[in-house]
Design a protein around this ligand. Structure first.
Ligand SMILES: [Zn+2]
Length: 172
């Protein structure tokens, strides 16, 4: 009983308001602390259209102590893979991923931008070997994290945050 009380007193106003905005889910994934305004970009990167039939809640520009404003996505009945989490990291490096099972947080992951990005992004340099020879996977060193900036391991060309997003959204 005492434990329960402590737990509920720890629930901040921020959490309560956010729960009202996006209701609790039985099982699935909550992507929290998304950079404000990027929820739809994250959805697109994950290939979630809403036509899959899963229950999805999105809240944009809600209050956050840590970030002032943030976006939240809740997807019922789906747990994200490591590859999907890496893609989110490129767009929203502050995000946290909560895997929910039976209404409880089963696993909480704070996204970490890896030191190396393999295969997700294309090099911007048209004459880069990764764009011209088959069987060579793109490979980037992460040289900036907030926002993410990548340097091609082959030709050293820099790919910036805006370009990464455009690529992941299929705009270029
Ligand atoms: Zn290159």
């Amino acid at each position: 009983m005492a434990t329960k009380k402590t737990e509920s007193s720890k629930t901040t106003t921020e959490e309560k308001v956010n729960e009202l905005l996006v209701k609790k889910i039985t099982a699935g994934t909550v992507i929290d602390h998304i950079t404000a305004g990027y929820a739809l970009a994250v959805m697109q990167i994950l290939g979630i259209t809403g036509r899959e039939g899963d229950i999805i809640s999105i809240a944009m520009n809600v209050q956050s102590k840590r970030m002032k404003k943030k976006d939240i996505i809740k997807v019922e009945g789906r747990e994200l893979t490591t590859d999907e989490i890496n893609r989110i990291a490129l767009v929203s490096p502050n995000a946290t991923i909560n895997i929910i099972r039976k209404y409880k947080i089963h696993k909480k992951t704070r996204i970490a931008v890896p030191d190396e990005i393999v295969g997700i992004v294309r090099c911007q340099n048209p004459s880069c070997i990764t764009n011209n020879e088959r069987g060579i996977t793109s490979n980037f060193k992460v040289v900036g994290r907030k926002p993410v900036i990548l340097r091609c391991s082959y030709c050293k060309r820099i790919t910036g945050h805006d370009h990464i997003i455009e690529q992941l959204l299929g705009l270029c």
